[in-house]
Design a protein around this ligand. Structure first.
Ligand code: HEM
Length: 383
């Protein structure tokens, strides 16, 4: 995946990577050396359309990329006038941007990191703070270097690089909207539920409006259940929503060089899709379904990841009710996930117009292309 192209992942390597212990249960096997990156990066570059390659030049130092991303003239002028309000996004541009995101997804397999980007922009929200943007949330603040450097955001610079050409093309789409649009589109394109989204989020204007570090959950706290409640209750989310949203880990991989969690590679990740490596929670980690809950419950496969905050979903009595239900009933999971995701995407956001903009009417022009088992490593054994 294109994410591997950048040296910034190592620039952003969190101290947390060193401090954290091994994941629970099946993730505790001895570590292998990381796979070589050069070949992987070269392979993935061929998957990326020329229009996006410029934004993905390997080894761009963070300092040289960020002026382009974050020190744009309009951002600077807005920063000088704290009373300035950014325009809401334009509905036609949002629809066109969605088409471009669909194209990007087809060629780069970046669905998981786009979902993580949207979640990390929104997940800083604090319901106890009334003022915008001090309350955090889905306000585009994650485009700024100071926030991208938070340990929890390691690697997300790569998601920003992928989206920047689309942002450049559609100046009347805010970053806050683009992040949430990309996330919801990614979920829908890999077989997930359609999410009832609204747009018109206003962007913060400068890095001084970014939230402080430490708002997002840690994967290995001493008391995972209490920690998840501390963090998600602060966002105004409940136990059902914590469990449903955790189901997003049906997509993607953990990379030790970013978060400190996961094996360098497994039989499910060694050949991609996208750049190889990392450890996934599920076998088909580019397919949105309820396999995350089934796999966490069974814990039969050493190659699948279970973080302490995943494991607790079947250990805590209140979480367990929902985790069991979602393992049994994909329809129930999809319904609750779609509702929780829409709520997450709105956290802390200031909408202009206040009621938001819907682009749902003609959003589904075609059936999403499903990923087939043949595209996965070791698919024959698992199909
Ligand atoms: C419940 C608390 C959560 C914790 C502790 C947590 C932790 C993590 C960690 C450690 C990673 C690996 C990052 C890396 O190494 O690149 C990760 C990846 C990911 N997370 Fe979470 N997460 C949580 C909740 C969520 C939520 C609510 C969502 C979305 C709604 C989400 C979506 C994702 C996705 C899609 C990835 C894969 C990214 C990729 O493949 O690049 N996570 N998460």
């Amino acid at each position: 995946m294109a994410e591997r192209l950048s040296a910034t992942a190592s620039c952003l390597l969190p101290a947390a990577a060193a401090k954290r212990g091994a994941p629970v249960a099946r993730s505790s096997l001895p570590l292998l050396p990381s796979p070589p990156r050069g070949a992987a990066a070269a392979r993935s570059l061929h998957l990326i359309p020329a229009g996006h390659r410029a934004a993905l030049r390997p080894l761009s130092p963070l300092s040289s990329l960020l002026p382009r991303l974050c020190k744009r003239p309009e951002a600077t002028s807005r920063a000088m006038s704290s009373s300035a309000v950014c325009s809401a996004s334009d509905p036609d541009q949002l629809k066109s941007a969605r088409e471009d995101i669909r194209e990007l997804l087809k060629t780069t397999f970046c669905h998981p990191i786009l979902v993580r980007l949207g979640w990390h922009d929104a997940g800083t929200y604090d319901k106890n703070i009334a003022e915008w943007p001090q309350r955090g949330g889905a306000n585009g603040s994650l485009r700024f270097e100071i926030e991208l450097k938070h340990a929890a955001n390691a690697g997300l610079i790569n998601a920003l690089k992928l989206l920047q050409p689309i942002k450049d093309k559609y100046s009347s789409v805010t970053y806050a909207d683009l992040f949430q649009l990309a996330s919801a589109t990614a979920i829908e394109e890999v077989g997930g539920p359609q999410i009832s989204m609204k747009y018109g989020r206003v962007d913060v204007s400068g890095p001084e409006q970014c939230p402080p570090e430490g708002k997002l959950p840690d994967a290995g706290p001493p008391s995972p259940g209490a920690h998840l409640r501390d963090v998600f209750y602060r966002m105004g989310l409940n136990d059902k929503e914590i469990v449903a949203l955790s189901g997003a880990h049906t997509l993607g991989r953990s990379r030790r060089e970013r978060s400190g969690w996961g094996k360098p590679e497994t039989k499910y990740t060694k050949d991609g899709p996208g750049a190889p490596g990392g450890q996934s929670w599920t076998v088909q980690w580019l397919k949105f379904d309820n396999s995350y809950f089934k796999d966490i419950k069974e814990r039969k496969d050493e190659d699948l990841l279970v973080l302490p905050t995943d494991a607790v979903l079947f250990e805590d009595p209140s979480f367990k009710v929902y985790a069991e239900k979602y393992a049994e009933d994909q329809h129930a999971f999809f319904k609750d996930y779609a509702e929780a995701h829409a709520k997450l995407s709105n956290l802390g956001a200031q909408f202009d117009p206040p009621e938001g903009i819907s682009i749902d009417d003609d959003s589904k022009t075609a059936t999403p292309e499903q990923f087939v088992a043949a595209k996965y490593s070791s698919s024959e054994e698992k199909a």
